[in-house]
Design a protein around this ligand. Sequence first.
Ligand SMILES: *Cc1c(COP(=O)(O)O)cnc(C)c1O
Length: 435
Amino acid sequence: MFDVGRLHSVSMASLSSKLFAAAQKRIPGGVNSPVRAFRNVGSAPFFIERAEGAKIWDVDGNEYIDYVGSWGPAILGHAPKVVVAAVREAATRGVSFGIPSPLEVEMAELICNWVPSIEKVRMVNSGTEATMSCLRLARGFTGRDKIIKFDGCYHGHVDALLVKSGSGALTHGRPDSAGVPQTFVDLTISLPFNDVDLVRRAFQKNEIAAAILEPIPANAGLYFPCEDFLSILHEECTKHGALLIFDEVMTGFRVARGGAQEIYGIKPDLTALGKVIGGGLPVGAFGGRAEIMDHLSPDGPVYQAGTLSGNPLAMAAGLAQLRELDRIDAWKLLEKLGAQLEKAAREALRKSKVGATFHRVGSMFCLFFASGPIVDLAGAQRSDLKMFAKYFQGCLKRGVYFAPSQFETGFISTAHSSDDIERTGAVVRESLLEL
Ligand SMILES: *Cc1c(COP(=O)(O)O)cnc(C)c1O
């Protein structure tokens, strides 16, 4: 059973804190991606020694059950044998060619088979590159400049997408980041998720090249499209000659074999992919209708390229991961594990009487420290962030690592055992009771 006595020590002299001090001298903020700095939860990050299956170990020897999974890619758990073997084998034949290789064709065929809206696909190196390329392609295809996005949806650090709306949803957005020119921001209209009326008005007033969204928003916590939201958005796009872009960098191959578009029965014009598709290597992809994709260079006028795109190690890792998911029917298993975690979390919430909202789809979940319903960014932002930080630290010291921010989603992998989930349930209960 769960051993509450085995608390994790984070002393000042820990190896993690020494490494973080050294990192801060040479890496801005000490990290290569901001949320890793643990600023939102009031502590310093731990440094990883190794990871295997559902577990990670830090350099100070602490063991954690991991629900971050490299922020999404590790759907088979860490260092899955099939992926490691595929990368090893591929590496012996060369780590990068810059010339077409057979693995790229296999990957393209697999993606088109699994995601019917994708007739042609191009590989890139990150989710950011995928969404950025979708926007350029949509603009090149439609000859229009304006983009609709939705508050709280994250699409990587693309200039034009680092925008969320101010209070007047149809007025020009404000940049979320310094360094993004106002002229870019002026081309981006950010609307509240799930607001059909504002979508209709935006299309009436503007010539729109594309609407881009996470069909299941999972970068401001986790919430869901209301009935008809996606289909009405699709209709509006079609009616006005704009492209619908699903950013499935997170949901692709995770919530279902065919992504969120399979669950909701919508065929977007373009889809951005990443994370799971790379098996842990730096990979993204974007694809859609052939008629649109054919506007890409060298066939068409929209330029897009990449020195390492379609890299053989990345293709081998991704193919091995995707085929393994299919072979073991991972989505069924993930649903079962997700349901077990949900049951435990809801019981823990009842016992603790903490007012919180638990959301889950398959292997993705989020515990908002706010009362429901939560259907958009404004709802997510009602969360009690201090309480989240305490809860996060309570779980961490008991050996369970959730993402260090209220506005992230938890991931279960196929390597999580039923025992891992049970132990996690106990940790969640202890940590909630402690609040
Ligand atoms: C992670 C993420 C991205 C960005 O992908 P990177 O590989 O970090 O550039 C884009 N869109 C969504 C929905 C994501 O979750």
